[in-house]
Ligand binder design. Structure first.
Ligand SMILES: Cc1ncc(COP(=O)(O)O)c(C=O)c1O
Length: 416
């Protein structure tokens, strides 16, 4: 669709070029094939540079970015303190035959910071941590089955895939059991039906899936789950890859008043420098040590140096409090602007990772159209995924977002 605002001529040319040499051109979230109906011609595909809360695409359009690289931008793009630590370390060494002491410093910092952590094991992506957690739980319990919450996303390992996805065998997911979020009775029943066979219950701290309103834990839910897992010898895994450090620097389990046995971190550790971490309880340390589990870049020093600087800065800023305040200011403002234009904007999830849905149309097409109008005016949001805040977002950015939202609501009001 041609826009009287932004256009993406270069992005689209580059995308066509990419399709020739990269399967699907761009894959995952960054690609146009993620299940929404916004035409690819309405979307920037390639960025040129980024700073703080903004990125500029290859056509020169500037965006206030509420996706934050789907999480890693937690302090602001190109944070000077994190980047200085990374660059200083890069001058000394990065990927070397034996690791630098930065691995130890970051492990100590994670253990000091995360309430349920007695140890930290570093990897690269969130998927590495969830895979490691499942293997560790199976190694410890000598059991096969894993309980998942319907609507989950824990990465791309075979066991996380769905049975009808290409390339997946029934046996890859044969030991998966599924339960609805917040349904403790169903969980209890499932555990009873599979007595002595369940290695782990894995869940995000709250339900923050795609294409539906996000759902917080009911009062007492996590405490009941914790008790059940302890009684039945089930390893309780919290996948904090997405929410980690945005709700609470001590972990989202701490935020909701319980302790996980294993907790997965990734996106907010190092402000975009690539490192993830599985943290765990003492009783699981020897099972983790026993795994055949490592990678070429897992002990590279530069992301560790960045992680140390990032976590210390998040602490100095009391970032979770900041995210909550900014998130509430922004989302309350958006709801008001929507209402003033006759729309019902539903905001769900935690303010630091808010999810948006226009409740005026079940098909979500009006919502997607509004998202398109926002993006065309320089506010980068998505139609079907939670958003992320970063610490460099200013009150002026929020004010500008509300101004644009008003204009975008008026544009769709004139259409529908
Ligand atoms: C909750 C959750 N778990 C796991 C993952 C997988 O992380 P990665 O894409 O870094 O492998 C993601 C990624 O978005 C996630 O949101």
């Amino acid at each position: 669709m041609a826009s009287k605002y932004y256009n993406y001529t270069k992005s689209n040319e580059l995308y066509k070029r990419a399709c020739k040499v990269i399967p699907s051109g761009l894959y995952g979230h960054q690609g146009p094939a993620e299940g929404c109906w916004i035409p690819p011609t309405s979307w920037p595909f390639f960025t040129d540079h980024a700073e703080k809360s903004y990125f500029w695409d290859v056509d020169g359009n500037k965006f206030i970015d509420y996706m934050c690289a789907y999480g890693p931008n937690v302090l602001g793009y190109n944070d000077p303190d994190v980047d200085a630590a990374a660059i200083e370390q890069a001058k000394k060494e990065n990927c070397v035959t034996t690791p630098s002491t930065k691995i130890l410093e970051l492990a100590e910092l994670m253990v000091d910071t995360v309430a349920s952590a007695d140890w930290a094991f570093f990897m690269k992506n969130g998927n590495d941590t969830t895979q490691g957690a499942i293997m560790c739980a199976r190694a410890y319990t000598h059991r096969k089955k894993i309980i998942f919450v319907n609507g989950f996303y824990h990465g791309v390992s075979m066991w996380t895939q769905k049975i009808d996805y290409p390339g997946v065998l029934p046996e890859d997911v044969a030991n998966n059991l599924y339960v609805d979020w917040n349904d403790f009775e169903a969980l209890e029943k499932l555990v009873a039906e599979n007595e002595g066979e369940i290695a782990a219950f894995i869940s995000t701290p709250y339900l923050h899936g795609n294409f539906y309103d996000n759902v917080l834990p009911e009062e007492g839910y996590w405490q009941k789950v914790r008790k059940l897992c302890t009684e039945k010898g089930i390893v309780l895994i919290v996948d904090d890859v997405r929410a980690g450090f945005r709700l609470d620097l001590a972990g989202s389990d701490h935020f909701y008043g319980f302790e996980a046995d294993l907790i997965c971190f990734c996106k907010a550790i190092a402000n975009g420098w690539n490192v993830s971490a599985l943290c765990g309880k003492e009783f699981l340390k020897s099972s983790m040590s026993a795994l055949s589990y490592t990678g070429s870049y897992w002990m590279s020093a530069v992301p560790f140096a960045a992680g140390i600087a990032c976590i210390n800065k998040l602490k100095a800023l009391d970032a979770p409090k900041l995210f909550r305040e900014k998130g509430l200011k922004l989302t309350n403002g958006l709801k008001e602007v929507a209402a003033a234009n006759g729309f019902n904007l539903v905001v769900s999830g935690e303010p630091a990772l808010f999810y948006l849905r226009l409740a005026d149309d079940d098909s979500l097409l009006i919502h997607q159209d509004w998202v398109q109008e926002m993006v065309h005016r320089g506010i980068y949001i998505t139609s079907h995924h939670n958003h992320f805040l970063n610490a460099s977002l200013t009150d002026e950015d929020i004010a500008r977002t509300l101004e644009v939202a008003d204009d975008a609501f008026k544009a769709i009001r004139s259409k529908y």
